[in-house]
Ligand binder design. Structure first.
Ligand SMILES: Nc1ncnc2c1ncn2[C@@H]1O[C@H](COP(=O)(O)OP(=O)(O)OP(=O)(O)O)[C@@H](O)[C@H]1O
Ligand SMILES: [Mg+2]
Length: 263
């Protein structure tokens, strides 16, 4: 299983949008995919239409090992290959548990070991804060996708995320590297990219190098439409907007070939 953290240390950078679109496409293409909602705001759980009763297990119980692994993994209505470990707002209470455990950074990774042969890809929607949950998510990741708004705020988020990754690499808490930076809400007017978007995307290229910057997610209501209608961009007739994800999936399939073919 290749574990991909979708992480960016600011709100509204496109983490949940990217996680959702990527998960839907990968699972459709035949990759058994596990999604994990690691954000107490639980938007991913909402968008995947999982209506949980109060007593049903979520990522909180999965991390605390108070239920079996299988009991916290739910099928989704969207696709036979797409599964979810959901969250609710109680997830915040796991922060103390993680910091008191002394092994918080490796906890999620170890909990996922029993399903490493069941799924080919695991996509984790990380929270926007540099919290204990965020550390355990990056600790579990083989690789990172960093969505970054094409704005000054986005650039700050990129720098903070790379800084955290470097810190965790330095102390041996993760081996993860960045798979790609995904510019988000790149604004064009007709055939012209706005000045702000252009300089933001240029800044990303300078920070990480050309090769790591993926094609942009354009500023467009159509992404929200796809999310709200529980659909894919392609199914709504907007195939060209899926291009950034096609490029990303190509990178993921290369990584899977290198990693270990599934038996
Ligand atoms: N292409 C797009 N253009 C404009 N807005 C978009 C686009 N795609 C998604 N959005 C909207 O942008 C907002 C932020 O996106 P999203 O929720 O994915 O960010 P996030 O990083 O997960 O935020 P948070 O840190 O709060 O979890 C959402 O309201 C979403 O509907
Ligand atoms: Mg989110």
């Amino acid at each position: 299983m290749l574990t991909i953290a979708i992480s960016s240390l600011s709100g509204g950078q496109g983490k949940t949008t990217a996680a959702l679109m990527l998960g839907r496409l990968l699972s459709r293409q035949g990759y058994p995919t596990l999604m994990i909602d690691a954000d107490p705001q639980h938007n991913l759980t909402t968008y995947l239409d999982l209506d949980l009763e109060d007593n049903q297990p979520t990522l909180l119980e999965f991390l605390k090992k108070s239920v079996s692994v299988e009991d916290s993994i739910y099928p989704t209505a969207s696709n036979d290959n797409l599964f979810l470990i959901p969250a609710d707002d109680q997830l915040d209470t796991v922060q103390d548990y993680l910091s008191n455990s002394g092994v918080g950074a490796t906890l999620l990774k170890r909990r996922l070991e029993p399903v490493a042969e069941t799924f080919q890809v695991c996509i984790i929607d990380a929270p926007p804060q540099r919290s204990q949950i965020c550390l355990t998510v990056i600790g579990a990741a083989d690789t990172l996708v960093v969505p970054v708004e094409a704005s000054v705020k986005g650039y700050g988020s990129l720098v903070r995320t790379l800084d955290l990754l470097q810190t965790l690499q330095d102390v041996g808490a993760t081996d993860a590297q960045v798979l790609g930076i995904l510019p988000f809400r790149d604004r064009w007017i007709g055939n012209t990219q706005t000045q702000e978007s252009r300089s933001a995307v240029d800044g990303m290229r300078e920070e990480v190098g050309e090769d790591l910057v993926l094609p942009s997610i354009r500023e467009s209501e159509r992404y929200k439409q796809a999310i709200n209608r529980r659909s894919t961009l392609g199914d709504l007739g907007y195939h060209e907007l899926e291009y950034p994800f096609e490029v990303l999936i190509e990178k993921i399939s290369q990584r899977l070939k290198i990693k270990k073919p599934k038996k």
